[in-house]
Structures are given as structure tokens and as C-alpha cells.
Design a protein. Structure first.
Length: 230
């Protein structure tokens, strides 16, 4: 129970967890891989444990399961691939090699046909010699494991690609600044223009009021004398 919630405790027991990956008990291996993924999420895996971890994950994925644990392999492989992408510095290269080795087991004739020219010629000659004796067979179990592995590798690769290279807390800070700066500048410009227009209008109204007040302040007699003089 404590190991499921305390990553520091799990990291102190990484050697034990790595050993559980290759015991042959795939249910236990699945839980061990999940715990190791938690260790990797809590911090970088120490170099002394990284290489044994990757080797153990490779063995877990590549080892053909016993008939009684054929179904348990898929859950263990799912956790193994997720742990590989969390702990390995080059998960794509390791995953590609795993897929290649599983493909060689599931589809040996296709893998031989895609080899080097000399190897392909030798394989073709051998196939022609044995064509009348045996037919190529496909291991359905290995093929199912290969297809499942390819799907998990593709899924984890997409997750890794979509993961941001910076902390998520930075994104809300940067995005509004870049988005709102033009809007804020335009708003300030319009507001300043409106204030200037209102100021000019107020000044014009004030001048009109002063002229009206001055006209009303002239005495009637003065206005009459001005008219007679004219």
C-alpha cells in the first residue's frame, strides 16, 4: 500500500522491481512495470538502474509467454512500453528494435525477403529448394503480440510528441500576453481618441456659453446708442 503512494520508497526498491520483470509471472511483472513507471515520473532514473531496466523490459516483451499466461502478456507489455517511454532516453530506437525482433518471429519469410541483396538471394534459393516440401507458416500468437506492440509504440510516440517541452504553467502566461497585446493597444488608442474628441467638444461648448453670457451682459442703453451711431 505504501509503495503504491510513495515514489521515494519505490525508487529505493528499484532493483527488486526490475527483478520482478523477468521472473515469468506476467501479472506480477505488470505491477512491477507500473511501479517503475511511477519511479521514472518522479525523477530521472539513475544510470546504474537505467540499463538493467531497459534490458528487463526488452526481455519481458520479447519472451514468448507460457500458454497459461498468453493473455496476461498484453497487459504486461502495455505497462512495459509505457515504462520504456518514461525511463529510456531513446525509446523510439529501442521500440523499433523490439518490433523488428517480434516481426522476425511472427513473419520470418517476409523479414528474410527484406534483407540485403546477398541474403535475399540465399533466402530465395532456400525457399525454392524447400517450396515443394513445406509451406510458410505464421505464428498467430507472435503475430498478435507484434500488432499489439506496434499499436502501443504508436500510441506512446503520439503522447510523447504532444507533450509540451516546457511546464504547463508557462503556457497560460505566454499565450494571453501574445494574444491580448494588440487588442489592448487598439483599445487604448480608441479610448484616447474618444477622450480628445470629448475634450474638444467641451471646449467648443464652453466658448459658446461664454459668448452668449457676454452678449447678455451688454446694457440695453449701450446697445441703443450703438444702433443710433450706426
Amino acid at each position: 500500500m505504501a509503495g503504491g503512494t510513495d515514489a521515494a520508497l519505490l525508487r529505493r526498491k528499484m532493483d527488486v522491481l526490475i527483478g520482478q520483470l523477468t521472473t515469468g509471472d506476467l501479472k506480477m511483472a505488470r505491477h512491477a512495470a507500473a511501479a517503475l513507471r511511477r519511479c521514472a515520473a518522479a525523477g530521472a532514473v539513475p544510470p546504474s538502474a537505467a540499463r538493467p531496466l531497459v534490458h528487463a523490459l526488452e526481455e519481458l516483451v520479447l519472451r514468448p509467454p507460457a500458454a497459461a499466461q498468453a493473455e496476461a502478456w498484453f497487459g504486461a507489455a502495455e505497462e512495459a512500453v509505457a515504462t520504456l517511454y518514461a525511463a529510456c532516453p531513446a525509446p523510439v530506437e529501442v521500440g523499433s528494435e523490439l518490433a523488428r525482433q517480434l516481426a522476425a518471429r511472427a513473419l520470418p519469410s517476409l523479414v528474410a525477403a527484406s534483407g540485403a541483396p546477398a541474403e535475399k538471394a540465399a533466402a530465395d534459393a532456400a525457399d525454392d529448394a524447400e517450396a515443394t516440401e513445406t509451406e510458410a507458416t505464421v505464428d498467430s500468437g507472435a503475430l498478435a503480440r507484434l500488432l499489439f506492440l506496434l499499436g502501443q509504440l504508436a500510441l506512446q510516440t503520439l503522447v510523447a510528441i504532444e507533450a509540451p517541452p516546457w511546464p504547463l504553467s508557462i503556457t497560460p502566461t505566454l499565450t494571453p500576453t501574445l494574444t491580448l497585446t494588440p487588442t489592448l493597444t487598439l483599445t487604448l488608442t480608441l479610448s484616447q481618441a474618444r477622450e480628445k474628441a470629448l475634450a474638444r467638444t467641451r471646449a467648443a461648448l464652453a466658448d459658446a456659453e461664454e459668448a452668449k453670457a457676454a452678449a447678455e451682459a451688454v446694457p440695453p442703453a449701450a446697445s441703443k446708442r450703438v444702433g443710433q451711431a450706426v
